[in-house]
Design a protein around this ligand. Structure first.
Ligand SMILES: Nc1ncnc2c1ncn2[C@@H]1O[C@H](COP(=O)(O)OP(=O)(O)OP(=O)(O)O)[C@@H](O)[C@H]1O
Ligand SMILES: [Mg+2]
Length: 331
């Protein structure tokens, strides 16, 4: 018999006119995983999870969440999942506890059960002492923690988090990661999150799916993904990059050579030993080297490898601006 899986999608596709926001997603996520969809702005992350949450309908394809069909059994799907979405949906005038109580009513959790559960969850996310303050007095991080707790109120076994730490400062972001890890462990839930923070994906996720232009490029554990890049990354900045790339390729000096924003990135085993070779090669062709650096491959390099481009911090910034505009905080 096949093991039950938390999520199974089959050619899940969403089109908006000519835009293919999600292109034939085939994915199986096991119970107990923290699965990350990692991709730049517009990659299709929100589209993918909003369909799994039944907020959005697929153009074609299908999916099972907790064994329920997202098209034929949307109510059952919704009752069995928790959602924390990119756009906050909390009422600022209510206190943290009141917001939780409201959610309990929506999900038919009985008052005694709700009281107990709310207390336990508020403690878990470190908000017990602020539970009775209006949420407009909460910081961004506190609001996000409350949303996390609220998403778990009705004991879902799958939790969807869309960009859980967007707009939070690095320290608060790390705090929230610990909470997510703790919740996943204590509540024994499967977590599906979207992010474009490499560090977030690497720290939290048991597996990562890299998504770009609506297509999943690769799915694996963070370690396996990084190990697919053999050797170190040697970055060279020089005055005639294309010519130098040709010379490097002629001599087959590297496993892989890429040009990124005017710099050259080489994947090379034992890169330290290759530095003099690279420098000599440049000198022999009168190519002027401006800098050379070496680093161990990171998830960012993996992303670059599978998509041919980097997710940059400014993308995160842009995303935040769009988000704030949508919330009416920025013009
Ligand atoms: N309601 C909509 N109507 C038209 N196009 C849409 C709609 N929602 C999303 N799209 C398009 O679908 C693509 C995927 O969008 P999606 O929101 O899923 O990306 P994302 O990976 O979540 O990006 P971000 O990191 O910015 O949140 C984009 O090209 C987007 O413009
Ligand atoms: Mg999104």
């Amino acid at each position: 018999m096949k093991e039950p899986v938390a999520i199974q999608t089959q050619n899940l596709t969403k089109k908006y006119g000519k835009i293919v926001a999600l292109d034939s997603l085939n994915l199986a996520i096991q119970y107990g995983e923290i699965f990350g969809l990692l991709g730049p702005n517009g990659a299709g992350k929100t589209t993918a999870i909003s369909m799994l949450c039944t907020i959005n309908t697929p153009t074609s394809g299908s999916a099972l969440v907790n064994g329920f069909d997202i098209i034929k059994q949307p109510d059952k799907v919704r009752r069995s999942i928790g959602i924390v979405f990119q756009d906050p949906s909390i009422d600022d005038r209510l206190t943290g506890r009141e917001n939780m109580q409201l959610h309990a009513t929506l999900y038919d959790v009985t008052p005694p059960q709700a009281r107990k559960r709310i207390k336990e969850l508020l403690e878990l996310v470190g908000l017990a002492d602020r539970a009775d303050s209006p949420m407009k007095t909460y910081s961004g991080g506190m609001k996000r923690r409350l949303e996390l707790a609220r998403g778990l109120l009705h004991h879902p076994n799958v939790l969807f988090l869309d960009e859980p730490t967007l707009g939070l400062d690095p320290q608060t972001r790390q705090h929230l990661w610990s909470h997510i890890e703790e919740l996943a462990k204590q509540e024994k839930i499967t977590v599906i999150l979207t992010t474009h923070y490499m560090e977030e994906a690497e720290r939290l996720c048991t597996r990562i799916g890299i998504i770009d232009f609506g297509k999943i490029r690769v799915v694996d554990t963070p370690t396996n993904l990084i190990n697919t890049l053999k050797g170190d990354v040697l970055t060279v900045v020089c005055n005639r990059p294309q010519e130098f790339i040709d010379k490097i390729n002629e001599l087959k000096l590297a496993e892989r050579v890429e040009s990124v924003d005017g710099s050259i990135r080489l994947s090379i085993a034992e890169a330290e030993k290759m530095v003099p070779v690279v420098v000599d090669l440049a000198a022999s062709h009168n190519i002027e080297i401006k800098s050379v650096s070496i680093h161990k491959p990171t998830l960012n390099d993996v992303f670059l490898y599978f998509t041919g481009r980097e997710i940059r911090e400014e993308e995160a910034e842009n995303q935040l601006k769009t988000h704030m505009r949508a919330m009416g905080r920025l013009r």
